[in-house]
Write a protein that binds this ligand. Sequence first.
Ligand code: FPP
Length: 258
Amino acid sequence: MVKDLADPSRPTGQASGSPLMPRHVAMIMDGNGRWAKAHGLPRLEGHRRGLDALRKTVRAVLARNIPFLTVYSFSSENWRRPQDEVAELMGLLRHFIRQDVKELASQNVKIRIIGNRDGLPSDIVALLQEAEATTASNTSLTLTVAFNYGARDEIVRAARKLAADVLSGALALDGIDEEVFSHALDTSAIPDPDVIIRTSGELRLSNFLMWQAAYSELVFSPLCWPDFDDHALDEALLDYGRRQRRFGGLDAVGAQPS
Ligand code: FPP
């Protein structure tokens, strides 16, 4: 594992084409509510504009040949919000899947959904399954939507899965290592994010990809998510490109030559 972490061919600063581009960008799309308040609009309008910003970001990421994008769209803690806001976010997911999957599929985008599907309305579960199935063989971009997602919940579910395998005899106890554990997570087969971008000026991970973020670079944008655009993405990517990633070692990996 240590050797693997130090391996420069692992997802690092290396992306398709440019050594400065990340291979996997993850986004905490924060600030919809504050954006709405600042514009004298209801919070729900902030989320709708957030969906527009997500569409624009997917196009921008595709145009930059970045092969993995993961977005945090509903956390397992968001159920604590008022019922109408939860319903709006569920509605936006339905809308996104129904309206956008065809176009995304035509752009060769593969859709993955991570998070806990227990407790989600059954029509949404069916839509998620269909979106994943119809785009499964696409290769230009893997767009992972974290919905009803919490990293602690994901880790607990992975631990339960592995414990069940040990109890059934399918897995030896000492067969559990970091690689096996990673494969038991929802993000199995998705490389760890090289960079996590959080908008709205908040400086925390909020239970997002906590296992996978072990060596991710963190970039914080002061913009509220609905205002995030191509220019802000390029600024974040530039910031990432200046980082020296060492993965616990001494030599920078995938960094800009000085
Ligand atoms: C955080 O802003 C954002 C969310 C909880 C939801 C993110 C959802 C979208 C960007 C659009 C929907 C997309 C899909 C695919 C469902 P906040 O409400 O916490 O903002 P605040 O901190 O300013 O109140």
